[in-house]
Design a protein around this ligand. Sequence first.
Ligand SMILES: [Zn+2]
Length: 216
Amino acid sequence: MNIILFGPPGAGKGTQADKIAKKFDLHTVSTGDLLRKEIKKNTELGNKIKSLIDKGSLVPDDIIANLVIKVLSNKKLYNRLIFDGYPRTIEQAKNLDLSLKMYNQKISCVLSLNIEKKFILKRILGRLTCSNCGTIFNKYFKPASKQNHSCDASFLKKRSDDNEKIVINRFKEYLNKTLPILNFYKDQNLLHQINGIEGIDQIFDKIRGIIASLET
Ligand SMILES: [Zn+2]
């Protein structure tokens, strides 16, 4: 079973990817991880990737495609992948289809966490981290109180990049880029839309239900 997970920044995609991977014994594939691992291996390709990233350049599609092929050709990971944050473009999606076919695999389902902009804003902009104990609170969903937090309120800090404009831009960019990809999978009857506003466990229950229905 190979799964693709989509979700805008702030929708809790990473958390769900980890839970799915653990529950169904899948291996998570994210572009960031693939690049970091290759850099760590100190290969020629890794060094090339590092210099591109250091320069602030985008890593070209063909390099990423090659790294994905390495994963697909790994027999230990055969049919046990969850793609997190990949494919990012329709070209990458088509490429992934071809590569999967080459290794006698396919996508079993595509999960898209849907969440409205106003919830993303509250979730991200309301986030407060205690610089003393590291606990994360949210002004709207999980406020710090005397009951759940013993540090002084002055330790609660907003993350620096959590400002509204950046969040909205990232969200719009995600929708613009992702919609065509979602339609691509919808046409193949692979797309499952999930309400991302619910709690982590409720969302995971739904995902579990979808995956279980594929296995039967
Ligand atoms: Zn604290």
